[in-house]
Design a protein around this ligand. Sequence first.
Ligand SMILES: Nc1ncnc2c1ncn2[C@@H]1O[C@H](COP(=O)(O)OP(=O)(O)OP(=O)(O)O)[C@@H](O)[C@H]1O
Length: 353
Amino acid sequence: MELERIPVEIDHCSKTYADGTRGLQPTSLHVEPGEVLALLGPSGCGKTTLLRLIAGLETLDPGGRILFGDQDVTHRPVEQRGVGMVFQSYALFPQMSVAANIGYGLRIRGVSAAEERRAVGELVELTRLNGLESKRPGELSGGQRQRVALARAVAVRPRVLLLDEPLAALDAKLKESLREELAELLRRLHITAIHVTHDQQEAMAIADRLAVMRAGHIVQVGRGEDLYRAPAHPFVAEFLGRVNRIERSPESLARGVLTIGGATLTCPPALDQPALLVRPEDIQVGPRQDGWGVARVEQRSFLGDRVQLRLAAAGVPGTLLADVARDAPYRCGDEVGIHIDPQHLMSTAESKP
Ligand SMILES: Nc1ncnc2c1ncn2[C@@H]1O[C@H](COP(=O)(O)OP(=O)(O)OP(=O)(O)O)[C@@H](O)[C@H]1O
């Protein structure tokens, strides 16, 4: 199925609700043609508000603009924007068959029965729903229902696909398999898509780029891997995974080092803040050895695919979390060697874009 691929430009868009709540602070964002972009952030950060502004379900404050390609859609109602939408509940018509659900948008647009049959056949093929055409949504699995919702949303050849927490209602296991399926389907459709979620793993699995939001603002936009490895803001570091925050003494700060368990690490010059961040998987744990610090295992938690150690190390207030392989031999009370490659240390400063 040939879909139009257009860029989406959000230009200084903000939203103030009738009761005065600022749902979205002035925000600008560019989405590439054919790109899948995730709006990611905690509850209440403005993801849904931004998605609804793009859809045309809310009006924006004066001064902002939304462009689909080179067309200004700011004042167009939802039905004239050419958007396809997939919601958390899928919102399928329970009394209609799979084929009738997929063809619904075409029928209400007055497309001929022959053309509807042809388009539905193509979408059934594309979303691998063959053989299920005459079933009702209640007779389908969660994944199949999701595919019907997606097929129905793209049947009308939208220019932009909007997905609002499409996996939120599912249990963790189903979610994991469906997010891979959804990622694969979106790649195959290669349509410009904006996907709202508060689940960072879902965002990383599905989207080409992530826009991390907090309190009505976009804090950082980028590829999941870059945001995870080089967050421009401590909120991004903490939201995208677990981190240890290590406070440095004034002496260590003045010398540009970090002392951890008796070992001294030279920090990259850009890390000139009193506190630094490091991810649990970036703390190396091994036998005591020269050049490494010493830590005591305070707690050991077996997590199936790995073991999480809580470590106490001289010079580090509180404890550190470190992830080690699941067959690592360390027990509570053991003294172990620890090391952090300074390039894995992250800043607690906000870098300006
Ligand atoms: N219709 C409304 N009237 C007033 N305030 C609203 C309205 N809709 C949303 N808000 C407020 O705007 C802010 C952003 O809400 P929004 O629904 O966009 O957040 P969200 O990031 O999508 O959250 P969630 O993940 O919980 O859905 C919140 O403070 C919310 O309470």
